[in-house]
Design a protein. Structure first.
Length: 143
């Protein structure tokens, strides 16, 4: 693990503190062991047999990916979110080892319903309806 270095010229680095989420591209801002929150789509779940119950998650946001380590006791508390969540918000501690950054999960929240809200917005529904109508009209004219 790396020891956090002070920002140049004695200035304190600023990053979004929980409950605000940190973007993947800003993971270098907080020092090791800082409490952060991250959110993203679950793109990978791994539970290697050699990891003694540890689960590895990879979340993706609009700027990149975030590696999450879920210890067995945390998994047992947040099992449903870890197993079924399509989009998660994870609060935990920063860890850096061998030039890889991880978040050690302390809390995991399934925020998948936010994905459904994207479809329910008027603009999204209208755009989808317009696209279907145009496609249907195009095919029906050919008949």
């Amino acid at each position: 693990m790396q020891i956090a270095q002070s920002p140049p010229s004695g200035k304190q680095a600023h990053w979004p503190r929980p409950p605000s989420c940190l973007r993947a591209c800003d993971l270098e801002l907080p020092p090791v062991n800082a409490l952060v929150a991250v959110a993203g789509l679950v793109i990978l779940r791994q539970r290697p047999g050699t990891a003694k119950g540890v689960i590895f998650l990879t979340l993706e946001d609009e700027t990149g990916v975030v590696n999450i380590i879920v210890w067995r006791n945390i998994y047992e508390r947040f099992r449903r979110a870890v197993v079924a969540g399509r989009m998660l918000r994870v609060t935990g501690r920063m860890q850096r080892a061998h030039s890889v950054t991880h978040v050690l999960a302390e809390q995991i929240e399934d925020i998948s319903p936010l994905l459904d809200q994207l479809l329910a917005e008027d603009t999204g529904r209208k755009m989808a309806t317009d696209t279907r109508t145009e496609t249907w009209d195009m095919h029906s004219k050919d008949r």
